[in-house]
Design a binder for this molecule. Structure first.
Ligand code: HEM
Length: 622
């Protein structure tokens, strides 16, 4: 018997398993060989101006810089490299070059002129919606994107945002009732799930006009299932091996986590599918109806022009449900975290709200008595729209907006946005020519936190927004030449120039150094609605409660002020006596597509009660 026959028969050293193992080893050898050939092809292909860019030392010859990014706070690694290697440097992720850009003028040019998003966006879509379920967010097909963006952008006019805002106020009554009850029963509140619920309800009831969303089967698990999938999608983006394993049929059999993800996906797909079917079952909306559901109803197939089926509409519905809720809830969460770390800032905002009568007497109404937790009676609350501020009124409060802007600068929920992919031919941007299929990563966190772009970038200082009406725009040489291209569909309204007094100004030609909603044609289409909700909920919470962190959010054993006396690299630490250093915040943070706090536990003290107890004249926390 020849050697070959021995190894391909059950007479080999591993008995009946011999042929199986040999075939697997062969397949592995072929895959490895192909991989090495690909890597050589990649390393030998022309680099154009890429060759001139600096790069950090490669962690691994095959994986490139992958290993450095396998951390929950990889946005901070990038910021560290930007400090060391400059505002434009390169990285290698397997056989793909990524150019990291933290220079505002360069970012403005890239985001204006390189339309293609990277395959990471498509990957996130598919982990969240299933294979082939690609929305306008993840599609590599520009015709698909343009068609969906143009059709749905009118949904975010200020006239529509005012209509959705009513739904936000209704959902906010439930939020306050839950906060009061949880605080009363447990002495602390786990606040983000409640914020996510508020936002999902506002999206479904306001944008899609689905009545009584909380009664829908599966509503209660929707947020946690989407978040589980988002965290998984993000982990796969930085770990190609994990992505490969996840896609294999054996993965759910050997990993409980993957099995949970598959179950979550099933649930989420059914939920979005039903929402899409509900929208399409409605009669044709009148042409003047531009609410989101009506825009989605009139969306047609980008290539055939045919009416969409529920299955085809599903990715856009899923994407709109997902894009709005976690971004907004996390932003409010970060605002509460910052308000707790800097109580004097919190009090300045609260004083402004009080002076302006925002969410003042009559805004929150007790409707009836319901049985609360632990047998305690608690009032059920609703907001009376007549006594609540409108979106425009909120946009004009300087302190509130300076505070929110500074939170979105230092703790941007889309810290790792925005990546673009050059086309399949060499292109020249920023005076440099890049090879086809190069990733250009205009990382928000790097732009927002770089000392090259901001004075005392690491310091949380809302006053910078009050002192400089053009604070959102880059300063210095080169800042005048590269304005971002306008968004498709436009974004008129308060978010178009988010920046306190800057809202009154004519659009600047200087590039933006503050881009919480991105910029260029693919900026955030929902930003008018997002920022309106953030302003309303932050104002509502800070006018009603003095918020502080629960002691279990302190990281040192004594729970003392780790940041005190710190400085340098610390976003918070140092002279202002903030109780967390940047390292502490990093340990409480994770990136799950959205950058968020792992768990936000707050202690809420009712301002009206504390003021009454103190004789009506003393400010809580002052
Ligand atoms: C505070 C809240 C929000 C933040 C910080 C935020 C941030 C962003 C950013 C940075 C992008 C651009 C990504 C890129 O450049 O690749 C984006 C895109 C997008 N956002 Fe938002 N967003 C928020 C709220 C919302 C809301 C409320 C909606 C809708 C209900 C929404 C819908 C979208 C959509 C559909 C896109 C993709 C746009 C396109 O592909 O043309 N966002 N968002």
């Amino acid at each position: 018997m020849s050697v070959l026959e021995t190894f391909y028969s059950s007479k080999g050293p591993l008995g009946v398993w011999t042929p199986v193992v040999v075939v697997l080893l062969n397949a592995l050898g072929v895959a490895l060989g192909l991989g090495i050939v690909q890597l050589f092809k990649f390393l030998l292909k022309p680099q154009y101006d890429l060759a001139k860019l600096p790069q950090p030392p490669v962690g691994d010859w095959v994986l490139g810089h992958v290993k450095h990014l396998l951390r929950k706070d990889y946005h901070r690694v990038i910021l560290g490299w930007a400090k060391q290697y400059g505002r434009i440097f390169k990285l290698r992720i397997l056989n793909e070059w990524t150019v990291v850009i933290t220079d505002p003028a360069a970012a403005a040019q890239v985001l204006a002129s390189v339309p293609g998003r990277t395959h990471n966006y498509k990957h996130i879509d598919e982990v969240l919606g299933g294979p082939g379920k690609i929305s306008m967010f993840g599609t590599p097909d520009e015709v698909h994107w343009r068609n969906a963006r143009k059709t749905t952008a009118p949904a975010f006019s200020m006239a529509n945002v005012r209509r959705y805002y009513g739904g936000v106020l209704s959902a906010a009554g439930e939020l306050l009732s839950s906060l009061d009850a949880e605080q009363g029963a447990l002495g602390a509140v786990d606040v983000e799930p409640l914020l996510q619920r508020l936002m999902l309800r506002a999206t479904l009831e306001g944008l899609f006009e689905v009545p009584d969303a909380t009664a829908l089967p599966g509503f209660d698990d929707l947020a946690s299932n989407i978040l589980l999938l988002m965290a998984e999608a993000n982990a796969q983006v930085t770990d190609p091996v994990r992505a490969f394993f996840y896609s294999t049929p054996i993965a759910p059999l050997v990993s409980k986590h993957v099995a949970r993800c598959r179950a979550a996906l099933k649930h989420v797909v059914v939920f979005h599918g039903k929402t899409a079917a509900r929208i399409l079952a409605r009669p044709e909306p009148s042409p003047d109806n531009t609410l989101l559901w009506a825009c989605l109803h009139r969306l047609r197939h980008p290539h055939t022009g045919r009416k969409l089926t529920a299955g085809q509409l599903h990715p856009e519905v899923g994407m709109y449900t997902t894009a709005g809720f976690d971004t907004t809830a996390s932003t409010v969460g970060w605002c509460m975290y910052a308000a707790s770390l800097w109580p004097e800032q919190q009090e300045a905002v609260a004083a402004e709200l009080r002076a302006a009568g925002v969410f003042g007497p009559g805004a929150v109404v007790e409707v009836d008595e319901a049985e609360g937790q632990a047998g305690a009676k608690r009032p059920s609350l609703r907001l009376d729209a007549k006594h609540c501020p409108g979106p425009e009124e909120l946009a004009k409060l300087p302190r509130l907006n300076a505070f929110i802007n500074e939170v979105m600068r230092v703790f941007p929920p889309t810290a790792i946005s925005a990546e673009r992919l050059t086309p399949d031919y060499p292109i020249t941007v920023m005076g440099m020519t890049f090879p086809p299929k190069t990733v250009l990563w205009c990382i928000t966190y790097g732009i927002h936190m770089s000392d090259a772009n901001w004075e005392e970038a690491a310091k949380f200082r809302p006053e910078r927004w009050l002192e400089d009406s053009r604070c959102a725009f880059a300063k210095g040489p080169g800042a005048g030449g590269a304005a971002a291209a306008p968004a498709v569909g436009g974004t008129e309204g308060p978010a178009a120039a988010i920046g306190g007094a800057a809202e009154e100004e004519a659009p600047s030609t200087a590039p933006r150094r503050f881009l919480p909603f991105g910029q260029g044609p693919k900026n955030c289409v929902g930003q008018n609605f997002g920022i309106t909700v953030v302003r309303a909920v932050v104002a509502l919470l800070l006018s009603r409660y003095a918020v502080s962190l629960h002691p279990d959010m302190d990281l040192s054993p004594e729970g003392d002020t780790l940041g005190a006396g710190g400085g340098g690299d610390s976003a918070q630490g140092g002279s202002d006596g903030c109780r967390h250093s940047a390292e502490d915040t990093a340990r409480l943070t994770h990136v799950a597509v959205i950058t968020k706090l792992k768990k936000l536990r707050l202690v809420l003290q009712r301002r009206d009660r504390a003021a009454a107890a103190a004789g009506g004249g003393v400010m809580v926390g002052s």
